[in-house]
Design a binder for this molecule. Structure first.
Ligand SMILES: Cc1cc2nc3c(=O)[nH]c(=O)nc-3n(C[C@H](O)[C@H](O)[C@H](O)COP(=O)(O)OP(=O)(O)OC[C@H]3O[C@@H](n4cnc5c(N)ncnc54)[C@H](O)[C@@H]3O)c2cc1C
Length: 688
């Protein structure tokens, strides 16, 4: 209010009323969506260097492909049932019950049957899991425990008799179940499990026992409240006629009923405890199981890879405990594939909320000019645009993993099995670690409003965090990738076959290991830097050097430290190697996806995003490239400049790029991303 306009009988009450009005006006400016005109102005000023036209529908169609329909059915169902949407504030026990009702609704009311897809069309199953997880991640995990872990163990580790007996009950949720592998003392080291299943030839039964407190099954999803069965991983002990009395046949899986089908009472010999309130995923009832001489029929051994006959003889098509163990765990990689895929789904949600907000939020500006969108700040672009590029890169890499996994399930091709095993371990760990870090970046990018629970970052971050640990701890999984790379490296020099994903090692290991070309090290033209060949060569060069150098170091240290000690001495080097390899695979898949995109406008947008992904990664590791003169100083500068320029270009189409994820409003349009709703929401809580 202008003081010169004050009326002579102006009072203190008027003044305080004016302060309130001014405050509301100022807040409204922050919270209401900028007018279309403002928004356009901002885009126009940024697009002076040429903005790509993106056909969102085409791009979205290319991204979502054939899974669009099933995901839409999931979203429509929950959209039509607001009573089944998880509120911002909910108690643990209520959340568990809601989660169970959500799952029942999905299966029995919406008629979406995930189990049939686990068995017949895994790609479709993962698409359902991604959509369901974006409604509530607890629901995604609850569904994963029921269908992928409990159900998956029955159909993948069992035989026809198991499928005939359990399939329908698992499918329609009459048989809710658990996957009981982890013990209090052993998580990552599955071969160290201590639960025992001893065969009793007289009664033709196995006796399941928890020999000590450290062997209590811990963290078991579905165990605390809803589960009626558990697939229990235990050492199979067979009676022998020698002095030892029993022979340890290694870890096998057994179906153990844990609650009465009618009364839901815990069965005799079984103790169940609740693992309690967790950092996140509180809609999932994790529990602890102890077994005291629990008897189950011999038929409950999931006997695909090893069986026990009526007279106590063990048979298996696989010759050693290690091979059987590898085959058993190999059948469980689907869980990892699903986590990698769902983690990208989480990244899409977080990136969408943060970028949409950053496009609309305005702070500061040139003197006497309107405030600018915070996404116009270079620092904000630096935080969010490479992340958006990574989201696209991971989308195509995990989609490819899902395709390979589906193919593997059909063909059981040995090379493909090895490839999927290493790739799922690598992508699961790389993508989930990246998403976990990005969730904090997105929260921060939204300032204080990012901290309001309703805007989802808190629950996304807490629920997703454990993706880095379950289905294989990321650090442990990356070591499997490094181990595989070293095996392949050895075989290369012995002329053996290489699995598909690693083929580049054979094709060009020698080229990568020779001295960098002093001429190309100086090429700095945009065309060269945006050439997929330059980008892929740079990624692969780094991997090949890391591989060769770690192989030399391991050989050296193993002479004095033994193989375990040498591995530990080189552990960080090995982890960097694994990540570097996974990045190469991600880039190769992204480049392929760009080249295969049929729509020219989408292809151009994807090429831009792919270049940003590649050059940003190279720039992040520029020290490595400079150290060996792979990149001359001026080329390094050119890479940096071009990365910033591409980041800016991607910013210009960021709105279209997030829209192409095609996520439903109630999943991504958190109040801060729709600022007028934020106003309504905040006024409601704060009570203006
Ligand atoms: C919410 C939740 C749900 C779960 N659901 C289930 C379920 O349904 N069924 C089930 O069976 N299990 C479940 N788990 C267990 C989960 O799979 C394990 O927690 C996981 O495998 C890791 O094992 P751990 O906790 O023993 O960690 P550890 O193996 O003890 O790891 C602890 C730390 O040591 C490091 N470490 C371990 N080994 C190495 C190594 N060789 N080199 C370098 N570092 C190493 C790891 O990186 C990690 O940082 C669940 C866990 C949680 C928290």
């Amino acid at each position: 209010m202008n003081p010169s306009n004050q009326s002579p009988n102006h009072t203190a009450e008027d003044e305080s009323q004016a302060v309130v009005t001014r405050r509301i006006q100022r807040l409204s400016l922050h919270l209401m969506a900028p007018s279309a005109q403002n928004y356009d102005l901002c885009i126009v000023s940024c697009s002076s260097r040429g903005k790509l036209e993106v056909d969102k529908a085409q791009l979205s169609g290319y991204m979502r492909g054939k899974h669009r329909e099933i995901q839409e059915r999931v979203f429509e169902y929950f959209n039509s049932r607001p009573d089944l949407q998880t509120p911002v504030e909910i108690l643990k026990d209520d959340h568990r019950e809601l989660c169970w009702r959500q799952l029942l609704g999905l299966v029995r009311e919406a008629g979406i049957k995930p189990f049939k897809h686990v068995a017949e069309d895994p790609a479709q199953y993962f698409a359902i899991a991604e959509a369901v997880g974006s409604v509530d991640m607890s629901l995604g995990i609850k569904m994963g425990v029921q269908y992928s872990l409990w159900g998956g163990s029955v159909i993948n580790l069992g035989t026809k008799k198991h499928r005939d007996k359990y399939y329908d009950g698992i499918d329609n949720l009459d048989y809710p179940g658990c996957f009981a592998m982890t013990e209090l003392h052993h998580g990552s080291n599955v071969q160290g499990l201590q639960t025992v299943a001893t065969f009793d030839p007289i009664k033709d039964e196995f006796i399941i026992n928890t020999p000590n407190d450290g062997a209590i099954k811990w963290w078991i999803g579905n165990a605390a409240v809803h589960g009626k069965f558990a697939t229990v991983f235990a050492k199979l002990m067979l009676p022998t006629h020698d002095s030892k009395g029993y022979s340890d046949m290694g870890v096998h899986a057994f179906i153990v009923p844990i609650r009465d089908m009618k009364t839901h009472q815990t069965l005799p010999g079984i103790e169940i405890h609740d693992c309690g309130h967790k950092v996140g995923l509180n809609g999932v009832d994790n529990g602890a199981l102890r077994f005291c001489s629990v008897r189950i029929p011999r038929d409950n051994l999931l006997n695909r890879f090893g069986d026990v006959s009526r007279d106590g003889k063990y048979t298996s098509s696989l010759p050693t405990i290690n091979k059987r163990f590898a085959a058993t765990l190999g059948e469980l990689v689907g869980g990892r594939v699903g986590l990698a895929y769902s983690s990208v789904g989480v990244l899409k949600i977080a990136a969408t909320i943060a970028i949409r907000y950053s496009l609309l939020r305005q702070q500061f500006g040139p003197p006497r000019k309107p405030e600018v969108s915070i996404l116009d700040y270079q620092s904000q672009q630096h935080k969010l645009m490479p992340m958006l590029a990574s989201t696209y890169a991971f989308h195509f890499a995990t989609a490819n993993l899902v395709e390979k996994y589906s193919e593997m399930k059909k063909t059981h091709d040995e090379q493909l099995v090895g490839d999927v095993h290493a790739l799922s371990a690598g992508l699961k760990s790389y993508v989930t670690s990246y998403t976990a870090k990005s969730l904090s970046v997105c929260r921060e990018a939204c300032g204080g409003h990012g901290y309001a629970a309703v805007n989802r970052f808190g629950s996304l971050r807490n629920d997703h965090d454990i993706f880095q640990t379950f289905e294989g701890d990321n650090t442990v999984l990356l070591q499997q990738v490094a181990g595989d790379l070293l095996k392949q490296y050895k075989e290369k020099f012995q002329g053996g076959p290489l699995t598909v994903t690693w083929n580049y090692l054979r094709e060009s290991m020698n080229a990568y290991l020779s001295q960098p070309n002093p001429v190309t090290a100086r090429w700095e033209g945009e065309e060269h830097l945006r050439d997929p060949k330059f980008q892929l060569d740079a990624f692969r060069y780094r991997t090949s050097r890391l591989l060769q150098s770690v192989a030399v170091r391991l050989r050296k240290h193993s002479k004095t430290l033994g193989s375990f000690g040498a591995w530990n001495r080189c552990l960080n080097h090995l982890l960097t190697l694994a990540e570097s390899h996974i990045e190469s695979v991600i880039l190769a898949k992204f480049i392929e996806a760009v080249q295969n995109c049929p729509d020219p406008s989408s292809r151009a947008a994807l090429k831009l995003v792919c270049d940003l992904y590649a050059l940003n990664r190279i720039w992040n590791d520029i020290g490595t490239y400079r150290n060996v003169d792979y990149v001359a100083p001026n080329k390094a500068k050119a890479i940096h400049k071009l990365t910033e320029y591409l980041s800016f270009q991607v910013r210009n189409i960021a709105g279209e790029l997030i829209d192409a994820f095609d996520l439903p409003d109630y999943v991504t349009r958190a109040p801060i991303a729709r600022q007028s709703d934020a106003y309504a929401y905040y006024t409601q809580i704060v009570g203006f």
